[in-house]
Design a protein around this ligand. Structure first.
Ligand SMILES: Cc1cc2nc3c(=O)[nH]c(=O)nc-3n(C[C@H](O)[C@H](O)[C@H](O)COP(=O)(O)OP(=O)(O)OC[C@H]3O[C@@H](n4cnc5c(N)ncnc54)[C@H](O)[C@@H]3O)c2cc1C
Length: 465
């Protein structure tokens, strides 16, 4: 696999996208340099350049599996450092606007830890590779080259104002949502990328608690989902060191913000389970808020062939769908494939973007369709296709309150193991139709009694199952 016509790759940003890309490039370049603005800690402590580190940042199952392939032992190392494991089917209580999803033993396993721990484990593994080095406390400030080729990146250290060039055969921008790539490309004489945004106006607020001796049984994590008629949500996830990370979510004007309204906001969610759980738990952190939830993708049509954007710099999603880190992993692997498809770097960026667009299509569609159904979202109105897809998804969710097979299909899709079209498999359509028709027609049945009108909520506690 190692094709070494080219020598030095520079990756800007040591977040998840940057580190995984560095891992992929290490197998294809003589030397990989990761440039990071922050000082990188030896622990899982939160750092400034990753403000999402205070909030739930969990890999979808597909993402975790890719990381495991790229960096064998990732999950074991997480667990060795205190992360917990969870069966998403059995241990994760999910309440959506139609009620509690059915819980059942599944093959969908995740490792739960803080973002800081996830990044630490990945960072240790990547920087342990012999041809990867990290230049920290250095910010990339621009590119040297022209509209066909980049020759170097300009770096400025935090305590020195003078930017110095670092020469590179390939430059990858993994600097996240705040990427300046548009400006850098314009400075090289390229047309600026066209940006597409859908802003759901969702706000996060999170706090860490010590897991109390007496805590709910029947689930390890719970998720009270936002929905078109449900502007508030929350999630509780066990992380390392016997802690719960609790993230509250609000769409529109009703957003969790501060310490003094955190518990009150939790009590206004669609079920009391989360508020009750934390009412007995000792808070271990401040409440930290985040409003960076806009879906944004950059369409790059004019670019030097050896400059590529990956991760949030290229396309970021409303994080409530937990897609970003998995998409970052997919992008890293795709870049490796593009390098393997053809020797040299000719036309690399165009070839990469063409394929990346196809890879991000479903994730983008899922996030923006769900967001477009919220009255608080700024973006294009729902298309007819999105309206139909949304209604069918509602039916799948309703069926998933009763039928573990349908719920299992939904979870596989949600965890990016299957595309959304997998929910149109004849067997799933039939079971969905049966479950929802039965609910609609049989008012005497227990199932029907537990299925409310769309948009209202049930008070079935998953602990009772
Ligand atoms: C509140 C919130 C919750 C989220 N929850 C989830 C979740 O549950 N699951 C999930 O999959 N995804 C989640 N995401 C998204 C996920 O965090 C990102 O998609 C993923 O980490 C990929 O990000 P990245 O590596 O591209 O960018 P980032 O993680 O933002 O990393 C960018 C890095 O670049 C560095 N940098 C920035 N500018 C420069 C510069 N000029 N020079 C050098 N370095 C620079 C930064 O310091 C940082 O280290 C969440 C996001 C947010 C905001």
């Amino acid at each position: 696999m190692s094709r070494r016509e080219t020598r030095h790759a520079v990756v800007l940003g040591a977040g998840i996208a940057g580190l995984l890309t560095a891992r992929v490039l290490a197998a294809r370049f003589d030397q990989v340099t990761v440039v990071e603005r922050d000082e990188l800690p030896d622990t899982s402590v939160r750092r400034r350049g990753v403000p999402q580190g205070s909030h739930i940042n969990a890999f979808a199952v597909h993402g975790r599996r890719i990381v495991e392939e790229l960096l064998p032992g990732f999950s074991d190392d997480m667990v060795a450092l205190g992360a917990t494991t969870m069966d998403l089917g059995a241990d994760f209580a999910i309440r959506h606007p139609f009620g509690w999803a059915r819980q059942f033993p599944s093959e969908l396993h995740v490792v739960c830890g803080s973002r800081g721990l996830t990044e630490l484990v990945i960072r240790q593994k990547v920087t342990g590779l012999s041809n990867v080095s990290v230049v920290s406390q250095s910010a990339a400030t621009g590119l040297v080259g022209d509209n066909s080729q980049v020759d170097a990146v300009l770096l400025r250290t935090t305590d020195d104002d003078k930017a110095v060039p670092l020469t590179a055969d390939l430059v990858v921008d993994a600097t996240g949502r705040g990427s300046r790539a548009g400006r850098w490309l314009a400075e090289l004489g390229c047309r600026a990328p066209v940006e597409e945004t859908v802003d759901p106006h969702v706000g996060y607020a999170s706090r860490i608690y010590r897991i109390p001796a007496e805590h709910p049984t029947g689930w390890k994590a719970c998720y009270l989902q936002l929905g078109p008629n449900q502007p508030r949500g929350g999630m509780l996830l066990p992380i390392e060191n016997n802690q719960w990370l609790v993230t509250l979510l609000g769409a529109g004007p009703d957003q969790p913000r501060r310490e003094d309204d955190f518990a009150a906001f939790a009590r206004r969610l669609s079920s009391p389970v989360l508020a009750e759980a934390i009412s007995h738990a000792e808070p271990l952190s401040e409440v930290v808020a985040n409003r960076s939830t806009t879906n944004r993708r950059r369409h790059i049509t004019d670019t030097p062939s050896n400059f590529v954007l990956v991760g949030d710099a290229a396309c970021c999603f409303n994080p409530i769908y937990a897609q970003g880190m998995t998409m970052a992993a997919i992008a890293a692997v795709l870049l490796g494939h593009c390098l393997d498809q053809r020797p040299g770097l000719d036309n690399l960026a165009h070839r990469y973007y063409q394929q990346a667009r196809a890879k991000t299509r479903w994730a983008w569609m899922l996030a923006t369709t769900a967001d477009a159904r919220s009255p608080h979202t700024d973006g294009p109105p729902l298309s007819a296709a999105q309206r139909i897809a949304g209604r069918y998804l509602d039916r799948v969710l309703i069926a998933g309150t009763e039928d573990p097979e349908v719920q299992s299909r939904f979870l596989a899709m949600y965890n990016m193991l299957q595309s959304p079209t997998s929910l149109l498999a004849p067997r799933t359509v039939l079971r969905t139709y049966r479950a929802t028709r039965f609910a609609a027609n049989s008012h005497q049945s227990e199932t029907a009694a537990r299925l409310p009108e769309p948009g209202t909520s049930l008070s079935v506690d998953p602990i009772d199952r």
